[in-house]
Design a binder for this molecule. Sequence first.
Ligand code: NAD
Length: 288
Amino acid sequence: DKKVVLITGCSSGIGLSLAVRLASDPDKTFKVYATMRNLSKKERLLESVKGLHRDTLDILQMDVTDRQSILDARDRIVEKRINILVCNAGVGLMGPLEVQSLNSMRHILEVNLLGTIQTIQAFLPQMKAQSQGRILVTGSTGGLHGLPFNEVYCASKFAIEGACESLAILLKHFNIHVSLIECGPVNTDFLVNLKKTELGDTSLQQVDTQTQRLYEKYLQHCRSVFQNAAQDTEDIVKVFLDAIQSPSPAFRYFTSTTGPPVTQLKVTEPDDSYISAMSKIIFSPEEQ
Ligand code: NAD
């Protein structure tokens, strides 16, 4: 019997690569339901899988902010069960907090937090009934430590950590394993798709000049981090595979060992060591 996998956010990035890898598995171990909000974007996925995968890949519409579309996708699963749920869909929001509209903040929380939670909700009863299952969530180092100009994005990803930790404790009793795949920067469309305040935006002109200056520095930092340290989606997919194949998967996986040691400071030094260290890294790299 194939392992039935459902993945959210498969039109690009990590979701797309994971869907391609699992659907092309040489042993045909998986039946993949690759879901995406907008089916008109399925060409990229179809081109990447190369050739027919009638028995290992199906593409379904699913907007994680739309409960009905989640339920409709669930109803279209031929096997009437899933073994592995991958909550991957997510968007970013970057810029000074003062310029963010309530709507854009609400949207990030709706996709990243409530979208993940209501997708899990929809599949939980069936997984519990079978007493088996895997729930894998694409986490972010921005869910483990704060980042300036990413307050609401980090809040959404921190919240996912809390939801997953809480669920993992309960779901242990149902033989359902929850794993967070914590990613640092990854080469995807994320930076293109995220809602970002641009340096030329009129809204930015309305914030104080020191914030503007620091934001410019932050964007430089961001660019250099992505240029120097971003991983490819294949590296992330390997970690997902580890988690999927392990008989007793870990709760947290870190995709990169070169992850920020500053995160440790949060735990070991509860004073403001972490805040100072991150501020130096981003705003005064020359003093390092
Ligand atoms: P991406 O933008 O290529 O992929 C995100 C996908 O989510 C897109 O296909 C997008 O269409 C989809 N999506 C957005 N809103 C949706 C909705 N309402 N319903 C369904 N799908 C929706 O970027 P990615 O890097 O592949 O992002 C995947 C996940 O990885 C996200 O949760 C992101 O927060 C996380 N992540 C990315 C990075 C990075 O640097 N790229 C770092 C850490 C974590």
